[in-house]
Design a protein around this ligand. Structure first.
Ligand code: C5P
Length: 333
């Protein structure tokens, strides 16, 4: 059991009782004076006072709860996720879609590495090889789907529309900056995911309680750049927070929110490595859907890439000791 809390060396039990006595005396006097010292026409509204009382108490309790929680391990993944979510914007603005998606696959490997380091998960050489092939396979699939279907040149902008001179064409990309950002994001993704998994699986607390804590800790680092951005420092202040926030911006945020919630559930009921397999397989599924829906044609590189992904998935899930002998020989020299 914890020792009873103290304030300046005195037990909190006695300090709180004495403080309550003083507060009660002060309240009667101040409250009475506040009501009778002004003519009724200039009196304040008791309803407003009751409401303000609750708002202020709530804010103070919230602040104290946050401060006490700061000892929680969740402040680390919260900060990492905020950094990652910002890096993602830097990366996507400075790289072509294909390059971004391909490089971002390296998070499969960083995630595995952090799972070994933090969760003491043991991965056989076969599992490492399959993870490596998984990353390569996804890269092959994405290089060809993204360049054929998603490159900006293919997006038709109707003449005369508001987007006619959209930055899609004018935006100057800085690949070095983009690569730096996506590489860093792979590390924060792996570390934050595994850290969250560790906290979740080492305690009995409910997933949604953990999610609330994660969000609360994210608020502080997420607020900093908003407060320091030029649009908020000017006279219009927070009114400009949602300036230019159109349909595409809301769609981006909505998809990220959905992704965050699904990610949390996947980490709870599976693990971060299996999460990598799920997203990899989804890439194949979405390509196949495009074949049926939009008449995409299946290319040789799609076949090579997706076969690599499927073989890697199969290999990763082979029970220990049952791996194909050829591979075991190759891996073990
Ligand atoms: O890199 P990865 O695909 O794992 O990205 C995870 C995303 O899910 C991040 O945007 C992160 O903010 C979000 N997330 C979340 N709640 C969790 C775990 C992750 O919102 N419990």
């Amino acid at each position: 059991e914890d020792a009873p809390p103290t304030v300046f060396g005195l037990p909190l039990k006695f300090v709180s009782l004495v403080t309550l006595a003083v507060q009660n005396a002060a309240l009667s006097i101040v409250m009475h004076y506040s009501r009778v010292s002004t003519p009724p026409s200039q009196s304040y509204s008791p309803a407003s006072a009751v409401l303000l009382n609750e708002i202020l108490k709530g804010s103070i309790s919230f602040g104290i709860a946050l401060w006490r929680l700061s000892k929680s391990e969740l402040s680390i993944p919260a900060l990492l996720y905020v950094v990652q979510n910002s890096l993602q914007f830097v990366a996507i603005s400075n790289l072509p879609v294909a390059t971004f998606q391909v490089t971002y696959q390296m998070k499969i490997l960083t995630t595995a590495a952090f799972s070994v380091l933090l969760l003491r998960r043991r991965l056989s050489s076969t599992k490492w090889v399959s993870l490596f092939f998984l990353a390569i396979g996804v890269a092959i699939v994405q290089i060809q789907t993204s360049t054929s279907a998603l490159s900006p040149q293919k997006i038709n902008v109707p003449v005369g529309s508001a987007h006619e001179s959209a930055p899609l064409y004018l935006h100057i990309m800085s690949p070095l900056k983009g690569f730096g950002a996506v590489t860093a994001a792979c590390f924060t993704s792996g570390l934050a995911g595994v850290y969250f998994e560790m906290v979740l699986k080492n305690s009995k607390a409910d997933l949604w309680v953990r999610n609330v804590q994660l969000s609360l800790f994210s608020l502080v680092p997420a607020l900093v750049p908003v407060l320091y951005s030029p649009s908020v420092s000017n006279s219009r202040g927070f009114a400009d927070l949602l300036k230019n926030f159109g349909g595409w911006a809301w769609a981006t945020v909505a998809i990220q929110v959905f992704g965050g919630l699904i990610t949390a559930i996947v980490i709870k009921y599976s693990d971060n490595i299996l999460k990598g397999f799920a997203t990899s397989l989804s890439i194949i599924l979405s390509f196949l859907a495009s074949v049926f829906l939009f008449n995409f044609s299946i290319t040789p590189s799609f076949l090579i890439g997706s076969s690599t992904v499927l073989i890697a998935t199969w290999l990763y899930n082979q029970p220990a000791g049952k791996e194909p002998t050829i591979l075991v020989n190759v891996v073990n020299g």
